[in-house]
Write a protein that binds this ligand. Sequence first.
Ligand code: ADP
Ligand code: MG
Length: 347
Amino acid sequence: MPYSFNLTQHILAAKLLAIATLLVVLSGCSPSNDFAREEYLLQGNTMGTTYNIKLVGQNIDVVKIQQGIDKKLKQLNQEMSTYIADSELSTFNQSTSLKPFNVSTGLARVIKEAVRLGELSNGALDVTVGPLVNLWGFGPEYRPETVPSEELLAATKAQVGLDKLAFKNGRLSKSIPELYIDLSTIAKGYGVDLVAEFVEANGINNYLVEIGGEMRLKGFKHTGELWHVAIEKPLSTERVVHQIIVPKDNAVATSGDYRIYFEADGQRFSHIIDPKTGKPINHKLVSVTVIHPSSMTADGLATAMMVMGEEKALAFAEANELAVYIIEKTDHGFTEQSTVKFMQYLK
Ligand code: ADP
Ligand code: MG
């Protein structure tokens, strides 16, 4: 049953290769001379994955900072990991009561954003989709690698939907006992935001925070150059840089599933589910990269647009003035498109 952060684990091996390697540091521009040039690297584990944090400054007490970060992340997990049986979210998921449930500030913040993005994307992002994810075999506990029957699909779909969840006055409730919330699409992004906020609260304004491929940057590298990030070519076998971007003081999230899928009857099945059909997405869109001040928002929007497919995703991005870069599969390889707002970040 607990598949959220666990799922991220097996996805992560692939995703880390695909996306965390985006942290390519190349020659840069806009040198700034007015800060000390020491760079500290903090590494650790959280949410079934790794974190890499670069802090730039002078005489930073990295031991103290890392202790603070680990404490924040531990609390996050205790609030919203479905991998931890007695986390706050697991307790809500396991409960069959329809009575309102008091939630912590952290969990409230993530649920609120999940619901907002769910509505904004017209249901493309749906944090109640867990039972369908499991049905299609993307939970860690069982991988049927077969296509479920229409009956089973319909019965599982009946347990899914943001309309079955209510969040009012800081209290969460479900309208069906089976409702299951899985925040794995935006929890890593939220973790990045939490760490970035903590780092800034400690007076550090030049940093790069990355958790499991989600990242947020601010200021400059120790060399005085802006942080650079590489978007990879969407190949399942190779790792080749596709495009360099300079995101400035923003978060970058990429959703893509060219490395995570199963095959049956010659067809590939993605780990991202379209809540409308209850089935894995199946279109030409191979990856979506979003640049946004909030990592949590970027993370959720990237997944939402993966669900929408190329045409709807671009229309959605333009309508909401989002900085988005997509890669599509063609008969001969790949093509990419970016929204007007993304262009300023292309190198
Ligand atoms: P990606 O980088 O591909 O976006 P994420 O880990 O951020 O990957 O999110 C994908 C995970 O979210 C899936 O493995 C599944 O657990 C869950 N998921 C799948 N489809 C949806 C959806 N439509 N809305 C919300 N969560 C989803
Ligand atoms: Mg995502």
